[in-house]
Write a protein that binds this ligand. Structure first.
Ligand SMILES: Cc1cc2nc3c(=O)[nH]c(=O)nc-3n(C[C@H](O)[C@H](O)[C@H](O)COP(=O)(O)O)c2cc1C
Length: 192
């Protein structure tokens, strides 16, 4: 239960913002319970991450190959990472009530590749904690989490916590995120 790596995928350009704080809380929780965690920040604009091209008639070749035609590498790398991951946090800033555009690029393409993978999605059965960081009014936290939950289910993952963090509840919910990280490692979701 205590072996293997957990992953925290974030997507905010602000290195000291709410998303970053949530990512650190997730890592702290995982490590406090004896797990090892790796941060994957997909926000770096120098790292090419293109949107889905919606190839063919809408169903691209990814449906059969589980591989995107865009060779920007980051997607394939994360596909392989999740395949071997013990558990994943997806942490996005809330923009317009949705995930950040970069997170959307990632989740859109990842879903197309994994949802129909022959033999099953590489995310199948894996526990995911979903976090929406809404630093403005807090509006759109819920819609963002719904989007992430639907995505997780499309790729066969098992959504565990759906956590909305705002600038108003920040200190309290950082502790909730930390606790969720610890519980991933302790197996307190699948153990029930
Ligand atoms: C384009 C854009 C759209 C945003 N939309 C929302 C929103 O719908 N609801 C909200 O509460 N905050 C919104 N915000 C504020 C962000 O959620 C806020 O900046 C948050 O702190 C992002 O995380 P960060 O601190 O990691 O950047 C928006 C910010 C930007 C830049």
């Amino acid at each position: 239960m205590f072996n293997g790596m957990y992953h925290v995928i974030t997507s905010s350009p602000n290195k000291d913002g709410l998303t970053a704080a949530a990512g650190q809380a997730a890592i702290d929780g995982i490590t406090s319970a004896g797990g090892s965690a790796e941060l994957i920040d997909i926000s770096d604009p120098a790292q090419i991450l293109e949107p889905c091209r919606v190839c063919g008639n809408g169903w691209g070749t990814c449906r059969n190959t589980a591989k995107c035609v865009i060779e920007d590498k980051i997607l394939e790398k994360i596909q392989l990472t999740i395949k071997d991951s013990k558990g994943v946090f997806i942490i996005t800033p809330v923009y317009f009530g949705q995930s950040s555009e970069r997170m959307k690029y990632f989740i859109d393409r990842y879903r197309r590749c994994e949802a129909f993978r022959q033999g099953g999605s590489w995310a199948a059965g894996k526990q995911f904690n979903l976090v929406a960081a809404a630093g403005g009014s807090g509006n759109g936290t819920a819609s963002c989490l719904v989007e992430l939950e639907n995505w997780a289910r499309h790729v066969g993952a098992v959504p565990q916590e759906r956590i909305g963090i705002t600038r108003f509840n920040r200190e309290t919910v950082l502790k909730v995120i930390e606790d969720a990280g610890a519980r991933l490692v302790k197996g307190e979701y699948f153990g029930r």
